[in-house]
Design a protein around this ligand. Structure first.
Ligand code: ATP
Ligand code: MG
Length: 178
């Protein structure tokens, strides 16, 4: 994981540019995590528009972002019993079209003082509990590097006791800003 983080950071100035359809990736990741979801008693739903959401990027890297965020929601937010993934299309202020992704859980949330450091490598809110879950604390650092290498931004909003939402945006292949 550390090696792949360095690789992604080194390559951050080279924007990955193959057309990637997002919804099939999300379905594939959710299928792969279905066992974990069942174990934790969590129902996962995917909300997406009917038209394909095709962004410019690297399929494997984007898959890792979804894996990290959805696995986190299942592991740390399981008490909320449901995880919702929402994909939509939006315009940015420059007139370019983009895809917006949100992964939301209804678990314990993340105390505000931790949010600024959450995407640092090895940062864990509750190291004892994360260790039980097998986490190394690098998933969000990788996710952030990948999203930023794609020209997007990753955002977190969380309210203690109510859950967390991780969001990011990705430019469309035919975005006018290109
Ligand atoms: P890894 O992803 O490397 O297996 P990890 O899951 O511990 O390990 P990150 O994905 O970077 O590492 O997450 C960092 C920490 O942020 C987690 O250890 C956890 O404390 C907290 N966290 C992440 N997602 C959530 C969430 N949805 N709800 C509550 N806490 C979260
Ligand atoms: Mg993780």
């Amino acid at each position: 994981d550390l090696l792949s983080l360095s690789r992604i950071e080194l390559a951050a100035h080279v924007r990955p540019e193959t057309p990637v359809e997002l919804v099939p990736i999300v379905r594939q990741v959710v299928d792969a995590l279905q066992m974990l979801a069942r174990d934790r008693g969590v129902t996962v739903t995917i909300k997406a528009p009917k038209q394909p959401l095709i962004v410019s990027g690297d399929r494997d890297e984007l898959t890792r972002v979804f894996e990290n965020l959805i696995e986190n929601a299942l592991k740390y937010g399981a008490s909320g019993k449901r995880v919702e993934i929402a994909l939509s299309r939006a315009f940015n202020v420059g007139g370019g079209e983009e895809a917006l992704v949100a992964v939301r859980d209804y678990g314990p949330g993340i105390p505000a003082e931790h949010l600024p450091r959450l995407t640092e490598r090895f940062y864990r809110v509750d190291p004892a509990r994360s260790r039980e879950g097998g986490g190394t604390g690098i998933g969000l650092a990788i996710a952030r590097s990948i999203v930023e290498a794609h020209g997007g931004v990753i955002r977190v909003s969380s309210e203690e006791g109510r859950g967390s939402q991780f969001m990011f945006d990705l430019a469309f292949v035919d975005g006018r800003e290109e």
